[in-house]
Design a protein around this ligand. Structure first.
Ligand code: TXE
Length: 479
């Protein structure tokens, strides 16, 4: 495979209305100039998606065949995994082991999981009053716009397009402007797999230009979005003019709660993965660590030691644990929050600044704050970087109270050997995913999404199919 830099519309590679550079955040070098879709190209993508969606070739395609196409796409991604993973790392700055061992294998597994659903979308036969047969059909929604972020570029794209295609929709994928490259590779592989032209269009571009035009376009039936809460609000406002269907997976400030009776070594490891995996640019990052007061001091000491030993460096080096943040803006945002932490009176235990990796790149040290108060900015706002806020709690009720004291509700972790406590926490915490004695586990079969301002709708799992189908109720008079 080779890098693609043009737009994929209706099965053709075309020019946009401008170009933008995509930069390797570890070296600050431009990897490629990529075409940007302006309003005219967004319109062309929508028209081609509509035409492809309505074409009987797709509309009446045997569901087994749709399943086979997705399976074939999974095979092609697997065959090209090394190049795709390397491209993801160059574009995003994440360690290569994350791209190669986690992100891209997840894309393959996810495509296969939803390939399995394509021919299992059944309706119901419903017992109604009177002499009627009533049944439901599950039908695709139509043209789906998928707007995805830069932290897991291809992975999250697959969360949207695998179920959307399995359900028989046509998709327009808009990758984030920081990381457009792997989405374009996927577009190429979808053509090779045999998807009809126009069923998957890929249109890179900036959010306020391409993203905005896609959400506003009256020919788009549904927008599925992952990104910041602030942009999610804008998407919702723009979509209201339709109104069109939307699902939003937004930010988080997830609590990771450690009780004194937990396996503390395992909990330290879990807290480290919870915040430093993916450089902390993870929507479900365990960015608030709550530790029971009796073990708090000893726990934070161990954790800080481990954090300080994490190698920040070249993402292609196997020893690297923390790569480069995605952009200079993101690095500056993270450094700003480190300043807020100090200003607001938290105690900096380790890290706290830029990491020097040969004088280039957007690197930040693994940073841990202690003595954080729940009201502080570093305990309330999504930082999206390798910065952990540590708080102390007294007992289960206190832990639940602090855990729920944010606008977000994406995920939560709890570490304890007491099963009653674990289940009670799982029941009371306001979060779409709860991990007990583990953190950051994902599976294509397990639903993911937010409570509160972390959004609505679900990715992954059977429940995600509801986002991409609509139910038709059919009444048949029997007399
Ligand atoms: O996100 P945006 P940004 C959070 C994280 C980060 C902050 C800013 O805290 O620091 O957001 O990142 C597209 N209409 N998350 O600015 O803007 C954009 O092009 C339509 C959390 O990069 O939300 C990209 O494709 N689309 C998050 C996508 O939205 C628009 C992941 C996400 O970008 C648009 C990323 C508009 N008006 C950032 N403006 C998570 N929950 O995983 C932008 N976009």
């Amino acid at each position: 495979m080779e890098l693609r830099t043009r737009l994929l519309i209706g099965g053709e590679w075309t020019d946009g209305s401008g170009r933008f550079a995509t930069v390797n955040p570890a070296t600050e070098e431009t990897i490629a100039e990529v075409e940007e879709a302006g309003e005219a190209e967004v319109d062309a993508a929508v028209r081609s998606a509509r035409e492809a969606f309505e074409n009987p070739k797709w509309r009446h395609m045997d569901p087994h065949r749709r399943s086979a196409l997705l399976w074939k796409l999974a095979d092609l991604v697997e065959q090209n995994a090394a190049f795709i993973a390397e491209t993801e790392t160059r574009d995003n700055g994440k360690p290569l082991f994350e791209s190669a061992k986690v992100d891209i294998p997840f894309v393959v597994a996810n495509l296969r999981y939803f390939a399995g659903w394509a021919d299992k979308l059944t309706g119901d036969v419903i017992p109604v009053s009177g002499d009627f047969l009533n049944y439901t059909l599950r039908e695709p929604i139509g043209v789906v716009g998928a707007i995805v972020p830069w932290n897991f570029p291809l992975n999250i794209a697959s969360w949207k397009l695998a179920p959307a295609l399995a359900c028989g929709n046509a998709v327009i994928l808009k990758p984030a402007e920081q990381t457009p490259l792997t989405a374009l590779l996927l577009g190429e592989l979808a053509l090779e797999a045999g998807f009809p032209p126009g069923i998957l269009n890929v249109i890179p571009g900036r959010g306020p230009v391409t993203g905005q035009a896609l959400v506003a376009h009256p020919g788009v039936d549904k927008i599925c979005f992952t990104g910041s809460t602030e942009t999610g609000r804008k998407v919702m406002q723009t979509a209201a003019a339709g109104p069109k269907k939307i699902s939003l997976e937004l930010g988080g400030k997830s609590p990771n709660v450690v009780f004194a009776d937990a396996d503390l070594d395992a909990a330290v490891k879990g807290a480290i993965t919870g915040i430093f995996y993916g450089k902390g640019e993870v929507c479900a990052a365990g960015s608030r660590l709550l530790v029971e007061r009796s073990v708090h001091e000893a726990f934070v000491e161990k954790l800080a030691e481990r954090a300080a030993s994490m190698t920040v460096g070249d993402p292609t080096d196997a020893k690297t644990r923390i790569g480069a943040l995605v952009s200079a803006e993101q690095r500056d945002k993270v450094l700003r929050y480190i300043d807020y932490g100090r200003e607001d009176g938290a105690r900096l235990v380790t890290g706290g600044g830029r990491a020097d990796v040969g004088g280039k790149g957007y690197f930040v040290e693994a940073t841990v704050f202690d003595e954080v108060d729940s009201g502080m900015r570093i305990a309330q706002e999504e930082i999206f970087g390798p910065v952990l806020a540590t708080l102390a709690f007294e007992d289960l009720d206190d832990a639940i109270d602090i855990a729920n004291r944010t606008i977000y509700g994406l995920a939560a972790g709890v570490w304890t050997r007491d099963i009653g406590k674990a289940h009670r926490f799982a029941r009371e915490v306001q979060a779409g995913t709860v991990w007990v004695n583990t953190y950051n586990r994902y599976d294509p079969a397990s639903p993911f999404g937010g409570f509160k301002q972390s959004g609505f709708g679900r990715d992954l799992g059977e429940v995600a199919l509801q986002e991409y189908t609509q139910t038709k109720s059919v009444w048949v008079a029997l007399d």
